[in-house]
Ligand binder design. Sequence first.
Ligand code: UDP
Length: 237
Amino acid sequence: MKKTEQMYEGKAKKVFATDSEDYCIVSYKDDATAFNGVKRGTIAGKGVINNKMTNYLMKKLAAEAGVPTHFVEELSDRETLVKKVKIVPLEVIVRNIAAGSFSKRFGVKEGTPLKCPTLEYCLKDDALGDPMINDYQILACGFATEEELNTIADYAFRVNDYLKDFFAGVNVDLVDFKLEFGKTRDGAIVLADEISPDTCRFWDMTTHEKLDKDRFRRDLGNVEEAYDEMMKRVLGE
Ligand code: UDP
């Protein structure tokens, strides 16, 4: 597959067209943003780590958790061939432990284990600040159909069940994470975007040290070291 013109540049990735209608190439950058683009910076080596970690986890999710994904082939350290999909404009957030906006919104202290995993949606719209949206509102606006939303919720919890155990195996608490789904040309819902320290909260199970993008968001220092440590625990490199 040959890379052709750039289709899109997001905050952390670029997407290129290919000479096939059914595939595109994502290229991971080291750029980091937070708070809807207000805070900007660079995390050296992040693009390589997020590319490799995402691909490794997506392969496992497809093979071992029955969650179809857009992943096709890792092309290089930063580039991956993926199925071309239409992104469902929702951020799908699963939580196991209270943190971030959940703690703020509901007054639940950060670090409180939740009695069961939660699922929430935000509308992907930077101009609106990615507002929270519920199932009824999603259906009413036509952002997804009921069938698509049921599939998305089922996949999101399957991803959580699988990844919670996987990360426990490397002594990491999977606190919460954000997923995005896409629709292929034939209408199938597949997991898209990335699964990385940019999109998940990872806490060391023993020390509770943060090993994710909160180190950048909250100016905690040792940002690169945290990404490197997660890479080592997940991929052994
Ligand atoms: N998240 C993300 N992109 C976003 C918003 C959230 O990847 O635009 C991830 C974030 O890394 C965390 C989870 O989703 O793992 C829940 O984030 P939260 O709603 O607590 O928002 P935050 O506190 O990060 O603003």
